[in-house]
Design a protein around this ligand. Structure first.
Ligand code: PLP
Length: 414
């Protein structure tokens, strides 16, 4: 694991910010304060350059041509896969499937792994704080098969009730699917306990890692989950590219999801022989430049060190939580002991949408709404929240700007 130690120098954030061209602009006449990293983080020049270099020097279709460019493209694409494997410490590149993102990764598991195994009365266990991408695919599988979606409750802090979770595991449970980190509340879920409890009953576990991957080092072998999903665009990489990690023995037994090129070895009208892993799950021309950009993003993040990133973001989270909580009329939604890198809040008498609009006038970008996690937000009796989500390129000064802008928004409505 990649932990910060006292020997690690603190981040030189001013220097790192210079790597992100988009951050050096004014919005509505004010310096941009980008605090919507939970929705999408920004790309460093290294990622933009890698995508451009791919387009200028390597682009052709992968896995097909014998010509030099096609081989170059294939090498770059497969090197990106190996880079992802090393980043998450998967055993083999056969366990690394490129997808369009977290949503597609989860849908792949719902369709290819789960549906064929579901009978009426079978159960899928999720938690109350899931993103819609980790709710709706399971609901669709239930509708198609007569299976039942079970939801483990959370407490008023936004933490999973582990006892209730354990009690909901049964012989009928066919899959557990939870977030690693909640995008709406910031809760870090007790994923080791979840995996241990589920495996004790022989139930496989999918983790939605969209909000975890940018913030701490991952190790699939240590985590021992069965599936793990994440997106490039939340990891300082391109949009339209993501990853499904899957345990090889499970992927091996799963039928392909979509049909087409790259997922087949041979086709005749009497039958088709499917390609080996991971290509079996990558029908059609993949997002090659996206994979190359994702690998560059991983290089960039690893170059800083996830331990140092986590330590800096911890400081930002503590500082923002303390300063925002001190604003009269502001309530933080989601106060779990173990949180990562975001603060959701509501302000007495001001609709979150108005907070977002007023902050934008000050150059401050935050997210407002239900964050694609309506049940989690409604659990707290509010229709929406404002959410500031941090990256390692954010600073204490930016949080001061946020706090001043939120205070001004409150005063406007008083
Ligand atoms: C963003 C997010 C998703 C969906 O990711 P996409 O990149 O839109 O597919 C799923 N789960 C969580 C927790 C997220 O934050």
């Amino acid at each position: 694991m990649n932990r910060a130690t006292l020997a690690d120098p603190p981040l030189d954030v001013a220097r790192l910010r210079a790597d992100f061209p988009i951050l050096a602009q004014t919005i509505n006449g004010r310096p941009l304060v980008y605090l919507d990293n939970g929705a999408s983080s920004q790309r460093p020049r290294a990622v933009i350059d890698a995508e451009r270099r791919y387009a200028e020097e390597m682009h052709a279709n992968v896995h097909r041509g014998v010509h030099t460019l096609s081989q170059r493209a294939t090498d770059a694409f497969e090197a990106a896969r190996e880079r992802v494997r090393r980043f998450i410490n998967a055993r083999s590149i056969r366990e690394v499937v490129f997808t369009r993102g977290t949503t597609e990764s989860i849908n792949l598991v719902a369709n290819s792994f789960l549906r064929p195994r579901l009978k009426p009365g079978d159960e899928i266990l999720i938690s109350w704080l899931e993103h819609h991408a980790n709710i709706v695919p399971w609901q669709m599988a239930c509708e198609a098969t007569g299976a039942v979606l079970k939801v483990a409750p959370i407490n008023r802090q936004g933490e999973l009730d582990l006892d209730a979770f354990q009690a909901l595991l049964s012989d009928r449970t066919k899959l557990v699917a939870t977030a690693h980190v909640s995008n709406a509340l910031g809760t870090v879920m007790p994923v080791r306990e979840i995996v241990t409890l589920a495996h004790a009953r022989g139930v496989p576990v999918l983790l939605d890692g969209a909000q975890a991957v940018p913030h701490f080092a991952l190790d699939m072998q240590a985590l021992d989950c069965d599936f793990y999903a994440f997106s490039g665009h939340k990891l300082y990489g391109p949009d339209g590219i993501g990853v499904l990690y899957g345990r090889e023995s499970l992927l091996e037994a799963m039928p392909p999801w979509q049909g087409g090129g790259d997922m087949i070895l041979s086709v005749s009208f009497t039958g088709t022989t499917y390609n080996q892993l991971p290509f079996k799950f990558e029908a059609g021309t993949p997002h090659m430049s996206g994979a190359v950009g994702l690998a560059a993003a991983i290089d960039y993040v690893d170059g800083i060190g996830l331990g140092r990133i986590a330590a800096w973001e911890r400081m930002l989270l503590d500082y923002a939580s303390e300063r925002l909580s001190a604003i009269d009329g502001l309530t933080v939604i989601g106060t779990a002991k173990d949180k990562a890198s975001l603060v959701s809040f509501v302000l007495d008498g001001v609709h979150p949408h108005d907070i977002g609009t007023i902050l934008d006038q000050q150059g401050v970008a935050i997210r407002t709404g239900h964050h694609c996690a309506m049940p989690a937000i409604e659990f707290f009796g509010v229709p929406a929240t404002a959410r500031a989500s941090f990256a390692f390129y954010n600073t204490r000064e930016e949080i001061d700007v946020l706090v001043d802008a939120v205070t001004a928004a409150r005063d406007m409505f008083r």
